[in-house]
Ligand binder design. Structure first.
Ligand SMILES: NC(=O)c1ccc[n+]([C@@H]2O[C@H](COP(=O)([O-])OP(=O)(O)OC[C@H]3O[C@@H](n4cnc5c(N)ncnc54)[C@H](O)[C@@H]3O)[C@@H](O)[C@H]2O)c1
Ligand SMILES: O=C(O)[C@H](O)CO
Length: 313
């Protein structure tokens, strides 16, 4: 174990791996590998650079008794039991804001891809059907539609801004209404779904929002409805979503996140009107580099005793 007391858990790209090596982190591929380190080595760990969806609870934290910082690579920290960390004086940091644009861009792109059937249109051209004179069937207009954003946080706000530029009638649900006079607040997810045709989920994951997009919400969205999810798979009742799509009670979906990633329910792949993405909302070179910098900046601040940049507890 390096004497810096830093371990990096997870799969990092080459640039991040080099930068982590430079600050003296010991890299291990998974949480299980970190837990398998000898007790004497785990006892020296002061800071963890974390990049994994594996759950960290109190029992895991107890395996690192000298831990003071858990620096998460990602804005969403639903895999981490923050209350358990706080109870053990472990600070938790994340990587907010630097990824807002990319995630919002992907959400808008997925919606456009679903509505204009761009995946099917691409296949139509490649297969030679267009060249043979077969027209591609007409599809659905996106500009001007009624859209709902479930969770008007940092990313939700960026999505709403982009969709407003598509001349959409923007509605939202958040626990409280915001200073956004041009956009309409609703007092429940179902009321929001009732008012719109397209619903974009941008709320946090975790126990409090589990299945917040319930069967009731999907029914309220209705047979012309399209659901976009870039939040976490846990926020949508996936069984209800699959039933609604298969039964024609929802027009389509565009999903970047799933309940059981990356081994998603095979029923999704059989659905023609569903766009599937491999949880790649923030996955551009630029943004991943910024996330890595922020993760390491928190570790460096912690080791120097400075104020953490993006603390969540
Ligand atoms: N697909 C991707 O690659 C990707 C990338 C980044 C973030 N995300 C997800 O997007 C989420 C949102 O990120 P953000 O930076 O906009 O976060 P944020 O904290 O700024 O916004 C989250 C929204 O959820 C709401 N919220 C928080 N706790 C809630 C609760 N208990 N009940 C109901 N609503 C609650 C907040 O009020 C806010 O509207 C992340 O937590 C993460 O899960 C996904
Ligand atoms: O929360 C995030 O930042 C993304 O989902 C990457 O994990």
């Amino acid at each position: 174990m390096a004497d810096t007391g830093i371990i990096a858990i997870g799969s990092y790209n080459d640039n991040d791996a080099d930068a982590l090596d430079e600050i003296g982190a010991v890299r291990v591929p998974s949480l299980a590998d970190a837990l398998a380190l000898p007790e004497a080595e785990r006892a020296t760990v002061k800071a963890i650079a974390y990049k994994s969806g594996a759950s960290i609870d109190g029992e895991v934290l107890d395996a690192f008794p000298a831990l003071g910082l858990l620096s998460n690579f990602g804005v969403g920290y639903d895999a981490i039991d923050v209350a358990a960390a706080t109870a053990r004086d472990v600070a938790v940091t994340n990587t907010p804001d630097v990824l807002n644009d990319d995630v919002a861009d992907l959400a808008v792109g997925m919606l456009l891809m679903q509505m204009r059937r761009m995946r099917q249109a691409d296949a139509h051209v490649r297969s030679g059907m267009w060249a043979e004179g077969q027209p591609f069937p007409l599809n659905r207009k996106m500009s001007g539609a009624r859209v709902g954003i479930l969770g008007l946080g940092r990313i939700g706000f960026e999505i709403a801004n982009r969709l407003a530029a598509f001349k959409m009638d923007v509605h939202y649900w958040s626990r409280s209404s915001k200073e956004t006079p041009a956009w309409t607040w609703h007092d429940s997810p179902s009321a929001l779904a009732e008012a719109v045709d397209l619903l974009v989920v941008a709320v946090v994951g975790g126990p409090e929002t589990e299945n917040i997009v319930s069967k009731e919400v999907l029914d309220a969205l209705g047979a012309d409805g399209v659901l976009v999810n870039i939040s976490r798979g846990s926020t949508v009742d996936e069984a209800a979503l699959l039933d609604a799509l298969e039964g024609g009670r929802l027009a389509g979906a565009a999903l970047d996140v799933f309940e059981n990633e990356p081994k998603i329910d095979p029923r999704f792949a059989a659905l023609e009107e569903v766009v599937l993405q491999p949880h790649q909302g923030s996955a551009t070179h630029t943004t991943r580099a910024a996330m890595g910098c922020l993760q390491r900046a928190n570790i460096e601040a912690f080791l120097k005793g400075d104020t953490l940049l993006t603390r969540v507890n």
